[in-house]
Write a protein that binds this ligand. Sequence first.
Ligand SMILES: Nc1ncnc2c1ncn2[C@@H]1O[C@H](COP(=O)(O)OP(=O)(O)OP(=O)(O)O)[C@@H](O)[C@H]1O
Ligand code: SF4
Ligand SMILES: [Mg+2]
Length: 321
Amino acid sequence: MNPLLSASDLHVVFPGRRGGPPARAVDGVHLDIGAGEIVALVGESGCGKTTLARSLLGLVRPTSGSVTFAGAPLSYRSAALKAYRRRVQLVLQDPSGSLNPRHTVYDAVAEGLRIHGYGGDERAAVASALSRAGLRPPERFFLRYPHELSGGQRQRVVIAGALVLEPELIVADEPVASLDASVRGEILALLLRLRDKLGLSALVVTHDLGLAWNIADRVAVMYLGRIVETGTVEEVLAAPRHPYTRALLSVLPESPTAPVVLAGEPPDPSRVPAGCRFHARCQVLASGEAERAGLASACRTRDLPVLNGHGREAACHVHGA
Ligand SMILES: Nc1ncnc2c1ncn2[C@@H]1O[C@H](COP(=O)(O)OP(=O)(O)OP(=O)(O)O)[C@@H](O)[C@H]1O
Ligand code: SF4
Ligand SMILES: [Mg+2]
Protein backbone atom coordinates (compact mmCIF):
# COMPACT_ATOMS: atom_id res chain seq x y z
CA MET A 1 0.00 0.00 0.00
CA ASN A 2 1.28 3.46 -0.84
CA PRO A 3 0.53 5.69 2.11
CA LEU A 4 -1.44 8.88 1.54
CA LEU A 5 0.58 10.75 4.15
CA SER A 6 3.98 9.71 5.29
CA ALA A 7 6.47 11.12 7.78
CA SER A 8 10.03 10.00 7.48
CA ASP A 9 12.60 10.40 10.26
CA LEU A 10 10.86 13.56 11.41
CA HIS A 11 12.53 15.74 14.04
CA VAL A 12 11.17 18.94 15.55
CA VAL A 13 13.55 20.64 17.98
CA PHE A 14 12.47 23.81 19.85
CA PRO A 15 15.06 26.20 21.26
CA GLY A 16 15.61 25.78 25.00
CA ARG A 17 13.62 27.93 27.39
CA ARG A 18 15.65 30.50 29.39
CA GLY A 19 18.94 29.27 27.96
CA GLY A 20 18.18 25.63 28.82
CA PRO A 21 18.80 22.68 26.49
CA PRO A 22 16.66 22.45 23.32
CA ALA A 23 13.43 20.44 23.45
CA ARG A 24 13.33 17.43 21.12
CA ALA A 25 9.53 17.46 20.88
CA VAL A 26 9.52 15.08 17.90
CA ASP A 27 12.62 12.97 17.94
CA GLY A 28 12.71 10.62 14.96
CA VAL A 29 9.27 9.56 13.78
CA HIS A 30 8.22 7.48 10.83
CA LEU A 31 4.48 7.34 10.36
CA ASP A 32 2.27 6.25 7.47
CA ILE A 33 -1.43 6.95 7.05
CA GLY A 34 -3.16 5.06 4.26
CA ALA A 35 -6.10 6.25 2.15
CA GLY A 36 -9.34 5.61 4.02
CA GLU A 37 -7.49 4.75 7.20
CA ILE A 38 -8.03 6.20 10.68
CA VAL A 39 -4.86 6.25 12.75
CA ALA A 40 -5.02 7.15 16.45
CA LEU A 41 -1.98 8.85 17.92
CA VAL A 42 -1.99 8.34 21.68
CA GLY A 43 0.29 9.25 24.55
CA GLU A 44 0.34 11.38 27.68
CA SER A 45 0.45 15.16 27.78
CA GLY A 46 3.66 16.69 26.43
CA CYS A 47 4.82 13.62 24.48
CA GLY A 48 4.77 15.56 21.20
CA LYS A 49 1.43 14.60 19.62
CA THR A 50 0.37 18.11 18.67
CA THR A 51 3.84 19.03 17.43
CA LEU A 52 3.90 15.92 15.24
CA ALA A 53 0.37 16.66 13.96
CA ARG A 54 1.27 20.28 13.21
CA SER A 55 4.35 19.23 11.31
CA LEU A 56 2.27 16.81 9.22
CA LEU A 57 -0.01 19.74 8.38
CA GLY A 58 2.91 21.93 7.36
CA LEU A 59 2.19 24.30 10.27
CA VAL A 60 5.54 23.52 11.88
CA ARG A 61 8.54 23.06 9.67
CA PRO A 62 10.49 20.00 10.81
CA THR A 63 14.10 20.51 11.87
CA SER A 64 14.93 17.47 9.76
CA GLY A 65 13.18 14.61 8.01
CA SER A 66 10.36 14.90 5.52
CA VAL A 67 6.61 14.75 5.05
CA THR A 68 5.22 13.23 1.85
CA PHE A 69 1.62 13.54 0.69
CA ALA A 70 0.27 11.45 -2.20
CA GLY A 71 3.83 10.63 -3.17
CA ALA A 72 5.11 14.22 -3.29
CA PRO A 73 7.29 15.85 -0.63
CA LEU A 74 5.66 18.77 1.14
CA SER A 75 6.75 22.13 -0.22
CA TYR A 76 6.93 25.01 2.26
CA ARG A 77 6.37 27.73 -0.36
CA SER A 78 3.22 29.61 0.58
CA ALA A 79 1.15 28.81 -2.52
CA ALA A 80 1.98 25.10 -2.24
CA LEU A 81 1.17 25.09 1.48
CA LYS A 82 -2.16 26.77 0.83
CA ALA A 83 -3.06 24.11 -1.74
CA TYR A 84 -1.91 21.40 0.69
CA ARG A 85 -4.08 22.74 3.52
CA ARG A 86 -7.08 22.35 1.30
CA ARG A 87 -6.39 18.62 1.00
CA VAL A 88 -5.39 18.07 4.62
CA GLN A 89 -7.58 19.79 7.17
CA LEU A 90 -7.08 20.40 10.86
CA VAL A 91 -9.97 20.00 13.30
CA LEU A 92 -9.15 21.52 16.67
CA GLN A 93 -9.92 20.01 20.03
CA ASP A 94 -11.91 22.84 21.49
CA PRO A 95 -14.83 23.80 19.25
CA SER A 96 -15.56 27.03 21.12
CA GLY A 97 -11.95 28.13 20.72
CA SER A 98 -11.98 27.55 16.97
CA LEU A 99 -15.32 29.31 16.29
CA ASN A 100 -15.58 33.10 16.26
CA PRO A 101 -18.56 33.94 18.55
CA ARG A 102 -19.57 36.80 16.22
CA HIS A 103 -19.71 34.65 13.07
CA THR A 104 -22.81 32.74 12.10
CA VAL A 105 -22.59 29.04 11.34
CA TYR A 106 -22.87 29.89 7.63
CA ASP A 107 -19.91 32.28 7.74
CA ALA A 108 -17.84 29.89 9.86
CA VAL A 109 -18.29 27.10 7.31
CA ALA A 110 -17.92 29.38 4.26
CA GLU A 111 -14.67 30.89 5.55
CA GLY A 112 -12.46 28.16 4.06
CA LEU A 113 -14.19 28.47 0.68
CA ARG A 114 -13.55 32.22 0.68
CA ILE A 115 -9.91 31.84 1.68
CA HIS A 116 -9.39 29.40 -1.16
CA GLY A 117 -11.32 31.51 -3.71
CA TYR A 118 -13.96 28.84 -4.33
CA GLY A 119 -15.68 29.54 -7.64
CA GLY A 120 -18.74 27.27 -7.25
CA ASP A 121 -22.10 27.66 -5.52
CA GLU A 122 -21.08 28.70 -1.99
CA ARG A 123 -24.52 28.25 -0.45
CA ALA A 124 -24.84 24.71 -1.82
CA ALA A 125 -21.32 23.80 -0.64
CA VAL A 126 -22.01 25.09 2.89
CA ALA A 127 -25.35 23.25 3.03
CA SER A 128 -23.76 20.03 1.84
CA ALA A 129 -20.91 20.24 4.38
CA LEU A 130 -23.32 20.91 7.27
CA SER A 131 -25.45 18.05 6.17
CA ARG A 132 -22.48 15.67 5.93
CA ALA A 133 -21.48 16.77 9.43
CA GLY A 134 -24.95 15.73 10.62
CA LEU A 135 -26.54 19.20 10.99
CA ARG A 136 -29.83 18.74 9.15
CA PRO A 137 -31.66 20.43 7.64
CA PRO A 138 -28.60 22.62 7.11
CA GLU A 139 -30.54 25.83 6.37
CA ARG A 140 -31.85 25.78 9.93
CA PHE A 141 -28.32 26.33 11.19
CA PHE A 142 -27.15 28.99 8.71
CA LEU A 143 -27.96 32.02 10.86
CA ARG A 144 -27.25 30.57 14.27
CA TYR A 145 -24.35 31.75 16.42
CA PRO A 146 -22.02 29.39 18.34
CA HIS A 147 -23.55 30.27 21.73
CA GLU A 148 -26.94 29.08 20.48
CA LEU A 149 -25.60 25.57 19.83
CA SER A 150 -24.77 22.62 22.04
CA GLY A 151 -21.15 21.51 22.43
CA GLY A 152 -21.74 18.61 20.05
CA GLN A 153 -23.33 20.88 17.44
CA ARG A 154 -20.41 23.30 17.70
CA GLN A 155 -17.98 20.42 17.11
CA ARG A 156 -20.04 19.44 14.06
CA VAL A 157 -19.79 23.00 12.72
CA VAL A 158 -16.00 22.77 13.07
CA ILE A 159 -16.06 19.45 11.21
CA ALA A 160 -18.32 20.96 8.51
CA GLY A 161 -15.80 23.81 8.13
CA ALA A 162 -13.13 21.19 7.43
CA LEU A 163 -15.34 19.07 5.13
CA VAL A 164 -16.45 22.00 2.95
CA LEU A 165 -13.09 21.95 1.16
CA GLU A 166 -13.47 18.23 0.46
CA PRO A 167 -10.18 17.23 2.07
CA GLU A 168 -8.61 13.80 1.67
CA LEU A 169 -7.32 13.70 5.21
CA ILE A 170 -8.43 15.21 8.51
CA VAL A 171 -6.09 15.72 11.43
CA ALA A 172 -8.25 15.89 14.53
CA ASP A 173 -6.42 17.04 17.66
CA GLU A 174 -8.45 15.75 20.64
CA PRO A 175 -11.68 16.34 18.72
CA VAL A 176 -14.00 15.26 21.52
CA ALA A 177 -11.98 15.90 24.66
CA SER A 178 -14.26 18.67 25.85
CA LEU A 179 -17.50 16.83 25.16
CA ASP A 180 -19.56 14.56 27.34
CA ALA A 181 -19.73 10.82 26.67
CA SER A 182 -22.95 10.67 24.62
CA VAL A 183 -21.84 13.47 22.30
CA ARG A 184 -18.40 11.84 21.98
CA GLY A 185 -20.10 8.68 20.72
CA GLU A 186 -22.02 10.64 18.08
CA ILE A 187 -18.98 12.52 16.82
CA LEU A 188 -16.96 9.32 16.61
CA ALA A 189 -19.74 7.64 14.68
CA LEU A 190 -19.69 10.62 12.32
CA LEU A 191 -15.93 10.28 11.68
CA LEU A 192 -16.38 6.57 10.99
CA ARG A 193 -19.24 7.28 8.56
CA LEU A 194 -17.12 9.84 6.74
CA ARG A 195 -14.37 7.28 6.34
CA ASP A 196 -16.80 4.66 5.04
CA LYS A 197 -18.76 7.00 2.73
CA LEU A 198 -16.11 9.41 1.51
CA GLY A 199 -12.99 7.31 2.00
CA LEU A 200 -11.70 10.07 4.25
CA SER A 201 -8.45 9.37 6.09
CA ALA A 202 -7.83 10.72 9.57
CA LEU A 203 -5.18 11.11 12.19
CA VAL A 204 -6.95 11.35 15.54
CA VAL A 205 -4.76 12.71 18.31
CA THR A 206 -5.92 11.73 21.77
CA HIS A 207 -4.98 10.91 25.35
CA ASP A 208 -7.85 8.49 25.42
CA LEU A 209 -7.15 4.86 24.56
CA GLY A 210 -10.82 3.98 24.90
CA LEU A 211 -11.58 6.46 22.13
CA ALA A 212 -8.79 5.02 19.98
CA TRP A 213 -10.31 1.59 20.44
CA ASN A 214 -13.69 2.77 19.16
CA ILE A 215 -12.58 4.72 16.17
CA ALA A 216 -9.21 3.76 14.79
CA ASP A 217 -7.94 1.15 12.36
CA ARG A 218 -4.40 1.55 13.60
CA VAL A 219 -2.76 2.98 16.70
CA ALA A 220 0.59 4.69 17.20
CA VAL A 221 1.68 5.12 20.82
CA MET A 222 4.01 8.06 21.39
CA TYR A 223 6.41 8.55 24.28
CA LEU A 224 8.83 11.43 24.62
CA GLY A 225 9.00 12.35 20.93
CA ARG A 226 9.09 8.82 19.52
CA ILE A 227 6.53 6.27 18.49
CA VAL A 228 7.12 3.30 20.76
CA GLU A 229 4.43 0.93 19.51
CA THR A 230 2.32 0.57 16.36
CA GLY A 231 -0.13 -1.96 15.01
CA THR A 232 -3.81 -2.46 14.36
CA VAL A 233 -6.19 -1.51 17.15
CA GLU A 234 -6.65 -5.18 18.04
CA GLU A 235 -2.90 -5.82 18.13
CA VAL A 236 -1.91 -2.81 20.19
CA LEU A 237 -4.87 -2.53 22.52
CA ALA A 238 -5.77 -6.19 23.01
CA ALA A 239 -2.20 -7.49 23.06
CA PRO A 240 0.08 -4.59 23.97
CA ARG A 241 3.80 -5.28 23.99
CA HIS A 242 5.49 -2.09 25.08
CA PRO A 243 5.50 -1.61 28.87
CA TYR A 244 4.35 1.99 28.35
CA THR A 245 1.31 0.92 26.32
CA ARG A 246 0.55 -1.70 28.96
CA ALA A 247 0.73 0.92 31.70
CA LEU A 248 -1.62 3.26 29.79
CA LEU A 249 -4.10 0.43 29.24
CA SER A 250 -3.90 -0.83 32.81
CA VAL A 251 -5.57 2.29 34.19
CA LEU A 252 -8.68 2.01 31.99
CA PRO A 253 -11.73 0.99 34.07
CA GLU A 254 -12.29 -2.15 31.99
CA SER A 255 -8.66 -3.29 32.24
CA PRO A 256 -8.24 -6.94 33.27
CA THR A 257 -4.78 -6.19 34.73
CA ALA A 258 -3.91 -4.30 37.92
CA PRO A 259 -3.20 -0.59 37.35
CA VAL A 260 0.49 0.16 36.78
CA VAL A 261 1.59 3.41 38.38
CA LEU A 262 4.38 4.88 36.30
CA ALA A 263 7.41 5.66 38.45
CA GLY A 264 9.78 8.58 37.95
CA GLU A 265 9.38 12.06 36.56
CA PRO A 266 7.01 12.88 33.71
CA PRO A 267 9.06 13.05 30.52
CA ASP A 268 10.88 16.24 29.55
CA PRO A 269 11.90 16.53 25.88
CA SER A 270 14.83 18.76 26.80
CA ARG A 271 16.27 15.90 28.87
CA VAL A 272 15.83 12.72 26.87
CA PRO A 273 17.46 9.91 28.88
CA ALA A 274 20.16 7.67 27.43
CA GLY A 275 19.27 4.07 26.60
CA CYS A 276 15.58 3.31 26.29
CA ARG A 277 13.90 6.68 26.84
CA PHE A 278 11.26 5.03 29.05
CA HIS A 279 13.69 3.21 31.32
CA ALA A 280 13.42 5.42 34.43
CA ARG A 281 9.70 4.73 34.61
CA CYS A 282 9.53 1.20 33.26
CA GLN A 283 7.79 -1.44 35.36
CA VAL A 284 9.51 -4.28 33.45
CA LEU A 285 12.92 -2.88 34.38
CA ALA A 286 11.89 -2.01 37.97
CA SER A 287 10.41 -5.45 38.63
CA GLY A 288 13.61 -7.26 37.66
CA GLU A 289 12.06 -8.85 34.55
CA ALA A 290 14.57 -7.09 32.24
CA GLU A 291 17.41 -8.18 34.56
CA ARG A 292 16.28 -11.81 34.41
CA ALA A 293 16.24 -11.60 30.62
CA GLY A 294 19.83 -10.27 30.72
CA LEU A 295 18.69 -6.98 29.19
CA ALA A 296 18.74 -4.49 32.07
CA SER A 297 21.98 -2.93 30.95
CA ALA A 298 20.67 -2.62 27.38
CA CYS A 299 17.58 -0.85 28.78
CA ARG A 300 19.78 1.70 30.52
CA THR A 301 22.36 2.28 27.82
CA ARG A 302 21.20 1.17 24.35
CA ASP A 303 18.81 3.40 22.38
CA LEU A 304 16.21 1.61 20.32
CA PRO A 305 15.86 1.86 16.55
CA VAL A 306 13.15 4.17 15.20
CA LEU A 307 10.06 2.14 14.30
CA ASN A 308 9.17 2.08 10.63
CA GLY A 309 5.65 3.52 11.14
CA HIS A 310 3.55 0.70 9.76
CA GLY A 311 3.03 -2.97 10.64
CA ARG A 312 3.28 -4.42 14.11
CA GLU A 313 6.20 -3.05 16.10
CA ALA A 314 7.29 -2.17 19.62
CA ALA A 315 10.49 -0.34 20.58
CA CYS A 316 11.53 -2.42 23.60
CA HIS A 317 14.62 -4.55 24.21
CA VAL A 318 12.58 -7.08 26.20
CA HIS A 319 9.16 -7.11 24.52
CA GLY A 320 10.00 -5.71 21.10
CA ALA A 321 9.78 -8.88 19.03
N1 LIG B 1 6.82 26.40 20.59
C1 LIG B 1 7.40 25.63 21.51
N2 LIG B 1 8.58 25.98 22.08
C2 LIG B 1 9.19 25.20 22.99
N3 LIG B 1 8.70 24.01 23.40
C3 LIG B 1 7.54 23.62 22.89
C4 LIG B 1 6.82 24.39 21.92
N4 LIG B 1 5.67 23.71 21.59
C5 LIG B 1 5.69 22.57 22.32
N5 LIG B 1 6.80 22.53 23.09
C6 LIG B 1 7.18 21.42 24.00
O1 LIG B 1 7.22 20.25 23.23
C7 LIG B 1 6.68 19.15 23.96
C8 LIG B 1 5.57 18.49 23.17
O2 LIG B 1 4.45 19.37 23.17
P1 LIG B 1 3.09 18.97 22.43
O3 LIG B 1 2.18 20.12 22.56
O4 LIG B 1 3.40 18.50 21.06
O5 LIG B 1 2.59 17.74 23.32
P2 LIG B 1 1.19 16.97 23.30
O6 LIG B 1 1.52 15.52 23.26
O7 LIG B 1 0.32 17.49 22.22
O8 LIG B 1 0.58 17.33 24.72
P3 LIG B 1 -0.99 17.51 25.13
O9 LIG B 1 -1.51 16.13 25.21
O10 LIG B 1 -0.88 18.17 26.47
O11 LIG B 1 -1.65 18.34 24.09
C9 LIG B 1 6.24 19.71 25.31
O12 LIG B 1 7.27 19.45 26.24
C10 LIG B 1 6.12 21.18 25.05
O13 LIG B 1 6.40 21.90 26.24
S1 SF4 C 1 13.58 -1.43 26.63
FE1 SF4 C 1 13.69 -1.96 28.81
S2 SF4 C 1 13.27 -0.04 29.86
FE2 SF4 C 1 12.58 0.21 27.75
S3 SF4 C 1 10.46 -0.34 27.76
FE3 SF4 C 1 11.57 -2.19 27.24
S4 SF4 C 1 11.92 -3.21 29.20
FE4 SF4 C 1 11.34 -1.13 29.68
MG1 LIG D 1 -1.56 18.42 22.21
